[in-house]
Design a protein around this ligand. Structure first.
Ligand code: FES
Length: 110
């Protein structure tokens, strides 16, 4: 079953949004738009399995070019989730299947 995350147009180029699709009380997934492409990742750093953001909806560097883990500064590529700098170098964020339907971003298999 898919779960609606947000209207697609809420996800602005170069920005990210966090979501709590299971109602766990904290954002467990996040979505971003980079180069026109939407990606959805699990909100867990491969280094220590903790959430990445330093505050609500802030997953990206100031220039929007990298996903940042604020625990120890790991940097990830926004398209693939691959860590290119930091303690989990070469590991990846877990990409989550998603689709767009009727203008909404949906998380698959939620
Ligand atoms: S927990 Fe993310 S870089 Fe250490």
């Amino acid at each position: 079953m898919a779960i609606a995350l947000c209207p697609l147009d809420r996800l602005v180029e170069g920005q990210s949004l966090g979501f709590d699709p299971q109602g766990e009380g904290s954002d467990t997934v996040f979505a971003l738009r980079h180069g026109g492409q939407v990606r959805v990742f699990r909100n867990r750093c491969p280094h220590l399995d903790v959430p990445l953001q330093y505050r609500k909806d802030r997953y990206l560097s100031a220039d929007g070019q990298r996903i940042i883990c604020y625990a120890h500064g790991a940097q990830f590529l926004p398209h693939t989730g691959e860590c290119i700098h930091g303690p989990c170098l070469g590991e990846r964020l877990q990409a989550l299947a998603h689709r767009v339907e009727d203008g909404w971003l949906l998380l698959e298999h939620a």
